[in-house]
Design a protein around this ligand. Structure first.
Ligand code: FAD
Length: 486
């Protein structure tokens, strides 16, 4: 039996392990932490449970497919519900929008509340579907680094439609054309943040993202986001994958241009193939430091990072749902702060994710677990301690102004995650949430391939390589990678 070693038990590492096991490999996963899941983990704070990282779940079939290829019925192992309202939006002037997953209901809501003609919503979501149909087979399901991808008929069709797919326009410019009301432009511009990009720079092609949320759906795993990790981890164990925790890989061993295994402490572990799930930039700096460096790819600008306050709140707010957005009064300035000035704007858009709305045992009765997050620049050595102190005050003021409350005395317990700890806990370069940003129209081509072109038998998966960050793309990276392996 051939042996595969996987470096990292992030969600893509676990998915890769399962896929390679199904291919008949003996699989060992080396993980530096003492738990699986990397960014997709959970923790307990007093009587509150929190999902530590991702909060939005899209494309659940990517998870289900892993059960199916192992001959199991996903419904027996992993349960989730479709959200009737994907997000609750709030502005300081008292306007609110409930983003119903039903397009027509959402369009009606927007027409009633903002006077935006409902057909504008319907048209924009059709355009989003159009982009998805044309680009997902190419950019999400295949390697961009193999000739066969570019010579297939689907690719040829897409070349002819580049203009219509938004490649030459920014997301903000396209949204300004689609919608009359500035609040709606802002609402749709927010989708750039789903992969840590700036709507004022990123191409309108990223208007593919609303399709996932509205036309396909946003979901919630019944046992919380962390159940994505746990259920796939259990599946991997059942299939016979071996996990080795607190085993930090120090070097990928290469002999005559062929990956031959890894070194962990004093120990050498041999393998026929090595799959790296560690952030690609930090991998080249550490475990691949003796190898040729893909300098251009390593220097691509990174996506934004996040500042999160996990708060146990001893009150229930009936107007809040699972996903809530309290919008900044000046979105353009906010992004200018994040991506150009690399600091935090004093009127940030605040995202509050509350899993106890769907999973009441995540908080004591009459209380809520608030995952309160703002987008912040990636780590470039800023004075984070003072930025965070200032931001905490501004976030609290923003919540008080928008929800007409006094939140500070209601905070029972608090924990903070910020760019430096995101980097130290999962080895994510500059604490970026999604690897490279997509602010450049060529970004998709400037991600590392799912294999090494210099070292045979060395492969890559995870949010820092093709096709990109976020759970669904990470799971697809594992699929594309495993399809390359005989
Ligand atoms: P990671 O989770 O980055 O894990 C890599 C693993 O490799 C880690 O466990 C690390 O310990 C291990 N490792 C590193 N170096 C070594 C070594 N030398 N030896 C052994 N092991 C090593 N995505 C969404 O889809 N929806 C969201 O709502 C969302 N929100 C997010 C919010 C936050 C705060 C964060 C941080 C991320 C969010 N994301 C979201 C992005 C998503 O979490 C990531 O894209 C995804 O989880 C990355 O998975 P990965 O497989 O690339 O590995």
């Amino acid at each position: 039996t051939k042996k595969a070693i996987i470096i990292g038990a992030g969600i893509a590492g676990i998915a890769s392990a399962i896929r390679l096991k199904v291919k008949g490999y003996q699989v060992e996963v080396f993980e530096a932490n003492n738990y699986p899941g990397g960014k997709l983990s959970e923790f307990q704070l007093g009587n509150y449970r929190f999902d530590a990282g991702p909060s939005l779940f899209t494309l659940p079939e990517q998870v289900e497919e892993l059960f199916r290829i192992c001959g199991k019925n996903p419904k027996d192992h992993f349960e989730y519900v479709k959200l009737p309202v994907t997000c609750h939006y709030f502005w300081e002037d008292g306007k609110t929008i409930d983003a119903y997953s039903d397009t027509y209901k959402f369009a009606e809501e927007v027409e009633t509340k903002l006077g935006e003609p409902s057909q504008n919503i319907v048209k924009a979501l059709k355009q989003s579907d159009y982009i998805y149909r044309h680009l997902s087979p190419l950019f999400m399901h295949r390697s961009l680094h193999k000739w066969s991808t570019w010579t297939n008929p689907q690719a040829l069709k897409s070349y002819l439609k580049m203009g219509k797919l938004g490649i030459f326009n920014t997301m903000n410019a396209a949204n300004k054309k689609s919608f009359k009301h500035p609040k709606l432009v802002q609402l749709f511009n927010r989708y750039a943040t789903y992969n840590g990009s700036d709507p004022y720079q990123t191409p309108a092609t990223l208007n593919i993202i609303p399709h996932l949320e509205f036309n396909i759906g946003a979901f919630f795993p019944k046992k919380g986001m962390h159940d994505i990790t746990l259920s796939l981890y259990r599946l991997a164990l059942e299939m016979g994958v071996e996990f080795l925790f607190e085993q930090k890989v120090e070097e990928v061993l290469v002999e005559n241009g062929i990956a031959s295994g890894v070194q962990v402490g004093e120990n050498i572990h041999s393998a026929d193939i090595v799959v790296n799930n560690m952030d690609m930039v930090n991998a080249y700096k550490s475990i691949l430091k003796k190898q040729k460096q893909p300098t251009k790819l390593l220097n691509q600008p990174k996506s934004s990072s996040a500042l999160i306050f996990y708060w146990g709140i001893k009150k229930e707010f009936k107007q809040l749902g699972l996903h809530n957005i309290l919008f900044s009064e000046d979105y353009k300035k906010e992004f200018d702060h994040i991506f150009n000035q690399k600091v935090i704007f004093d009127d940030p858009t605040v995202y509050i994710n509350i899993t106890s709305v769907y999973k009441p045992d995540d908080a004591p009765k009459g209380c809520m677990n608030w995952f309160t997050m703002i987008n912040v620049p990636n780590n470039q050595g800023q004075d984070w301690d003072s930025l965070i102190t200032e931001a905490r005050k501004n976030i609290i003021d923003k919540i008080n102004r928008t929800l007409h409350t006094d939140i500070e005395p209601l905070i029972e317990v608090e924990e903070i995650l910020e760019p430096r700890t995101i980097e130290s806990r999962t080895s994510s370069a500059q604490g970026a949430l999604y690897g490279n940003s997509s602010n450049n129209r060529y970004a998709a081509f400037l991600r590392h391939a799912n294999y090494s072109s210099d070292i045979q038998n060395l492969y890559f998966c995870g949010g820092s390589v093709h096709p990109g960050g976020g759970i669904p793309l990470c799971l697809l990276s594992a699929k594309i990678m495993s399809e390359m392996i005989e």
